[in-house]
Ligand binder design. Structure first.
Ligand SMILES: [Zn+2]
Ligand SMILES: [Zn+2]
Length: 181
């Protein structure tokens, strides 16, 4: 069964929410991070992950208190706003990693020679560039979804300046972004 995260997040404004693991109704979920593969099933940002069996990324997980205890997850209680704040921050971290990669991590990753230091990823490895661009577009789309949620609920998005800094950095690297104004 596919757990409906969008519904869960809306439900938190109501009194009770279902735990994604044991499905018990609880007034509050707890949030924590885990690299363990089991966490992929309870991590909203891993919903479309294609390798859940061995996913070792650091996953933001939401569970009821007793499931968290059972799985030994270090977690703290969150309300809806806190949950959305954690999600948006996690998404921003991934976007920043994309920028680092585009800036110069790729040169190390692809073992580019020192003479090629001024080369651009799209010229050296167009396939890698395309993959990166598609991944970044997906993350930006996710970011905009969170942004819209904060707007729709008249809640100030945490660290609002992040967006313009990100946009400036992308433009500075000579690329485009869907997040820009
Ligand atoms: Zn539970
Ligand atoms: Zn995953």
């Amino acid at each position: 069964m596919q757990f409906d995260w969008a519904k869960t997040i809306e439900d938190i404004f109501a009194d009770q929410v279902n735990c994604p693991r044991c499905e018990i109704l609880t007034p509050q979920l707890v949030a924590g991070y885990s690299r363990a593969p089991w966490a992929a099933d309870y991590a909203p940002r891993c919903e479309s992950c294609t390798h859940k069996e061995d996913c070792d990324s650091r996953k933001l997980v939401f569970l009821c208190e007793s499931c968290a205890r059972e799985l030994r997850l270090r977690a703290r209680p969150v309300d809806q706003e806190a949950m959305m704040s954690l999600l948006v921050q996690d998404c921003r971290k991934d976007l920043e990693e994309c920028l680092d990669y585009l800036a110069d991590y790729w040169q190390e990753d692809l073992d580019i020679s020192p003479e090629e230091i001024t080369a651009r990823l799209e010229d050296v490895a167009p396939d890698v560039f395309e993959e990166e661009t598609a991944w970044r577009a997906k993350l930006e789309e996710e970011y905009l979804r969170y942004h819209r949620w904060f707007r729709d609920h008249n809640i100030r998005i945490p660290d609002a300046e992040w967006r313009s800094q990100y946009v400036e950095e992308v433009i500075g690297l000579g690329y485009t972004t869907a997040i820009g104004d």
